[in-house]
Write a protein that binds this ligand. Structure first.
Ligand SMILES: [Ca+2]
Ligand SMILES: [Ca+2]
Ligand SMILES: [Ca+2]
Length: 340
């Protein structure tokens, strides 16, 4: 049952969570957040990072946008040339005539998304806050960057081109403004997204410890026909992270422009696909743009592909949902390991 009409933008704040010792904490899989991935009980000072985290991240954003972009010509997206990832993804899958991704709901479980960005063109149809941050919007820029990769307007003479530019974004804030998140909030966000019609759920965050709440939420999403896509983590090693390594979640490692594994990316048998995730150019708050690196953005590329594929896909095995066919198409179209 739909709890709201996604056609009309609404902003709600629900489920304020107070951090407590012993909860499973995670971090976003971008190189401008700390990557310890430890539990709150092992690292209690993590609870106090919000105040200092904002200024540090703001500095990163300023650095990110200092690179001069090319000049716009006509209606093409002026920064398209900076989007090297588009040349390496199987975008031919997306260009079948007579179909579009209008109406596909993509949940971005992240730091929030800038609702008013010039190149997100009203694609953000709902904003939820499952954190203790007083701000439902995106302070850090991480979630806005992810959302642009998936759904930025294309051929509008502005900014970049998203992979599924007619899809709609559900901004579900599960990470605070310093990039810290909790498994319980993440699980609640997943369930909320599924119950409100999300087809694709992007999780650009990693936990070093398992969480039954998270695993059950992902299993529920899968059974309801949604596809959960998660970052494989940024430690540069083979250790699995959660929720990416769960069976019903696509784990995405990050590649560099030359097709090799990005140095920061985790890897291993538990990784399902590799996608571009190094020096990725996308949207940032306040109508700005910039580069970010991490498996966060590799996951976002796969979510964009998935959003485009959902309306093109039929239920060939007759089980009443297409997430299994979309997953199979993604896993057969993207490499499972990076080049050496
Ligand atoms: Ca654009
Ligand atoms: Ca998996
Ligand atoms: Ca099916």
């Amino acid at each position: 049952m739909k709890l709201f009409n996604v056609a009309s933008p609404v902003v709600m704040v629900v489920g304020l969570l107070i951090a407590s010792a012993g909860v499973t904490e995670g971090v976003l899989s971008a190189d401008d957040f700390s990557l310890s991935g430890q539990s709150a009980s092992a690292q209690p000072e993590a609870q106090a990072t919000v105040g200092t985290g904002v200024s540090a991240i703001s500095n990163d954003v300023l650095d990110d946008v200092s690179i001069a972009p090319p000049v716009s010509t006509g209606y093409e997206d002026p920064y398209l040339d900076l989007q090297w990832a588009l040349e390496q993804l199987p975008t031919a899958l997306l260009s079948q005539p007579g179909t579009d991704n209008e109406g596909v709901l993509v949940a971005v479980l992240d730091t929030g998304v800038d609702l008013d960005h010039e190149d997100l063109g009203g694609r953000v149809v709902v904003s939820m806050n499952f954190t203790s941050s007083p701000m439902v919007g995106d302070i850090s820029g991480h979630g806005t960057h992810v959302a642009g990769i998936i759904a930025a307007s294309s051929n509008n003479g502005t900014g970049i081109a998203g992979l599924a530019p007619a899809s709609r974004i559900m901004s579900i804030k599960v990470a605070n403004d310093g990039g810290r998140t909790e498994a319980k909030a993440m699980a609640e966000g997943i369930i909320w997204a599924v119950e409100n019609g999300a087809s694709v759920i992007n999780i650009s965050a990693e936990f070093s410890e398992p969480s039954l709440d998270l695993e059950e939420a992902i299993n529920y999403a899968w059974e309801q026909g949604a596809l959960v896509i998660a970052a494989a983590g940024n430690q540069g090693n083979q250790l699995p992270v959660y929720p990416a390594c769960y069976e019903n979640c696509i784990a995405v490692a990050a590649s560099s422009p030359d097709g090799t594994l990005a140095p920061l990316s985790n890897y291993g048998d538990w990784v399902d696909v590799v996608a571009p995730g190094f020096e990725i150019y996308s949207t940032l708050p306040d109508d700005s743009y910039g580069y970010k690196s991490g498996t966060s953005f590799a996951a976002a590329h796969v979510s964009g592909l998935a959003a485009s594929l959902f309306p093109l896909t039929t239920d060939t095995n007759g089980n009443g949902r297409v997430n299994d066919e979309v997953r199979a198409m993604i896993e057969s179209s993207l490499p499972r390991t990076a080049l050496n």
